[in-house]
Design a protein around this ligand. Structure first.
Ligand code: CP
Length: 305
């Protein structure tokens, strides 16, 4: 195992291809044996300035199953931040109270800033519309499990490609594996040029569409995303695009047998419930995989694997 001890995970490009593969291998070991007391003298701080179900609870579950104590908050209004305490001072305190910090924040760049202030390693659990590297690791794990490889796949990304931090991280990561990208979104939510630059630099192919129907038959993975109301400053702009990329079971007719639908969740209406009972739905198993991948990350960053 490469030495990931004390290595922050703020952006997916902070780790390299070999490190992704080592984390995925370790995650598979934790999936076999998720309850081990390897963190019994460790304290994990879980601090969430933005709402979360999966990321926060799977991190806390991952740490608890390994015997760690978990401290933190999911509601900053109940902390001294409500009295005006800065992020700087909050992180200073938390790094005195814990061995590792997991942080979600609404401001892009907040995780990088917090990592500079912290004296213990920090994992970005999502910063605004920028990056969500641990979701990306579990997405890679889910793709590997369903396809048997990460190499040479046709990856279709659907929905809010502009603000979707999970999409931004996944595109960057899949550029290491010779992917071809199919980008499906309304024009207003196209993948930002800065993210497309990673595809261009890797000399990989991408195609842009406004309808999912044009990409279904070629896809190995269809990665659905929610149009995120909370990222729009004008509610009318949200209304215009919110129903633009929806799939149901009939949309998937003609897909390849190996194709799987992923979604970081939560979903609204972009995946109809009739998809859940098709062999293509993988989003609930994907969320479950988050526990093992986050166990692998905590154990590697704390130098215990
Ligand atoms: N996938 C994800 O980040 O979900 P939560 O917002 O519930 O953590």
């Amino acid at each position: 195992m490469t030495n990931l001890k004390n290595k922050n995970l703020i952006s997916i490009s902070d780790y390299n291809k070999q490190e992704y593969l080592e984390i995925l291998k370790l995650a598979a070991e934790f999936e076999e044996n998720p309850r081990q007391e390897i963190l019994k003298d460790k304290v994990v701080a879980s601090i969430f300035f933005e709402p979360s179900t999966r990321t926060r609870l799977s991190f806390e579950s991952a740490a608890s199953m390994l015997g760690a104590k978990v401290i933190g908050f999911a509601n900053p209004a109940a902390t001294s931040i409500a009295k005006g305490e800065s992020l700087h001072d909050t992180i200073k305190m938390l790094s005195s109270y814990s061995d590792i910090i997991v942080m979600r924040h609404s401001i892009e760049g907040a995780a990088r800033y917090a990592a500079e202030v912290s004296s213990v390693p920090l994992i970005n659990a999502g910063d605004g519309s920028n990056q969500h590297p641990t979701q990306c690791m579990l997405d890679l794990y889910s793709i590997l499990k369903t396809q048997g490889t990460l190499e040479n796949l046709q990856i279709t990304l659907v929905g809010d490609l502009k603000y979707g931090r999970t999409v931004h991280s996944l595109v960057e990561a899949m550029c290491n594996f010779n992917a071809t990208f199919h980008l499906v979104s309304p024009t207003a939510l196209k993948l930002p040029s800065a993210v497309k630059m990673h595809i261009k630099r890797a000399k990989l192919k991408y195609y842009q569409y406004t309808s999912i129907n044009d990409a279904v038959s070629v896809s190995d993975i269809i990665y659905m995303t929610r149009v995120q109301r909370e990222r729009f400053s004008d509610p009318l702009d949200y209304e215009k695009v919110k129903d633009s990329c929806i799939i149901d079971a009939s949309t998937l007719e003609g897909c390849q047998e190996n194709m799987r639908v992923l979604h970081p969740l939560p979903r609204l209406n972009e995946i109809a419930v009739d998809v859940d009972t098709t062999p293509y739905a993988y989003y609930f198993q994907q969320a479950r995989n988050g526990v093992y991948v986050r166990q692998a990350l905590i154990a590697a960053i704390l130098g215990l694997r």
